[in-house]
Design a protein around this ligand. Structure first.
Ligand code: B12
Length: 215
């Protein structure tokens, strides 16, 4: 089977929520020496996007959404070591504090950004999900971060990104850190409105921009 066929099979098995097939298709793609980031971006993530659309159209419901996240994590167990192994092992480039903002429990995208940043030599402190603004500021101060990276997937939690920027402003620390924002709900307009230093639609773009901030 050609690589597009393999990616499609992977996407389809994700949408069908067939855990065993997703895991075996991921392994098949790895064994076929397909680039690990493409396995992620052309195989697994399109599947999650379709599931998101089906959820929106009420063709799938919360239990299926939850199942998709679990299956995705299983596939990542296979893919993560390959991404790490093939990533550049470079000198430490900079320090990042990352997290998903208050009220938001989505972490898949954040974890991908974290993983790619680590493979590019960043030291990443991950605060997890549902993180309040002051925890971001506290951790960034503690570790001397260069960048604070804020993920938000819900339109209702976007404000959490602005809250972090305001908390920094109020503490007179805004200039100390570059603020990167991303996650499904974020738009370039929103990033501009809250005066974030960078917005990225993909994890790959995020590491390119992060690299520029510390070079
Ligand atoms: C899986 C999933 C869940 C899982 C999350 C599991 C987990 N632990 O993460 C569960 C089941 C828990 C869940 C719950 C809910 N979800 Co949900 N979920 C999704 C789904 C299907 C996939 C999300 C995902 O991981 N995408 C894949 C990742 C890789 O994409 P990503 O996060 O956008 O990340 C990429 C970029 O954005 C970027 N990036 C991400 N973060 C960052 C950060 C920075 C700094 C940068 C630079 C870049 C960056 O890099 C990543 C890789 O390229 C989406 C649909 C979709 N298409 O996104 C809905 C979706 C996000 N969920 C939605 C909703 C409504 C909910 C619930 C409210 C449902 C409910 N009624 O309870 C709850 C909310 C819970 C909460 N308080 O957070 C809606 C949001 C609508 C909106 N705009 O507000 C979506 C869009 C589905 C839909 N179409 O309706 N969800």
């Amino acid at each position: 089977m050609n690589e597009n066929g393999l990616f499609k099979e992977l996407t389809d098995s994700m949408v069908e929520l067939d855990k065993d097939l997703v895991v075996s298709n991921t392994q098949k793609a790895i064994d076929s020496d397909l680039p690990s980031l493409e396995i992620l971006e052309k195989g697994l993530l399109p599947g999650l996007n379709i599931i998101g659309e089906k959820f929106e159209n009420e063709e799938m419901f919360l239990p299926e959404l939850m199942k998709s996240a679990t299956i995705f994590q299983e596939a990542m167990e296979k893919l993560r070591p390959v991404i790490k192994e093939k990533g550049e092992v470079s000198q430490k480039k900079g320090t990042v504090v990352i997290g998903t903002v208050k009220g938001d429990l989505h972490y898949i995208g954040k974890n991908i950004v974290k993983l790619l940043m680590e493979t590019r030599g960043f030291e990443v402190f991950d605060l997890g999900v549902d993180v309040d603004p002051f925890s971001f500021v506290k951790k960034a101060d503690e570790v001397g971060a260069d960048i604070i990276a804020l993920s938000a997937l819900l339109t209702t939690t976007l404000v959490g990104q602005r809250d972090v920027i305001e908390a920094l402003d109020n503490a007179g620390k805004r200039e100390k850190y570059k603020i990167m924002v991303g996650g499904g709900a974020v738009t370039p307009e929103w990033a501009e409105e809250i005066k974030a230093d960078a917005y990225s639609e993909t994890a790959y773009d995020a590491i390119e921009k992060a690299g520029k901030f510390v070079s």
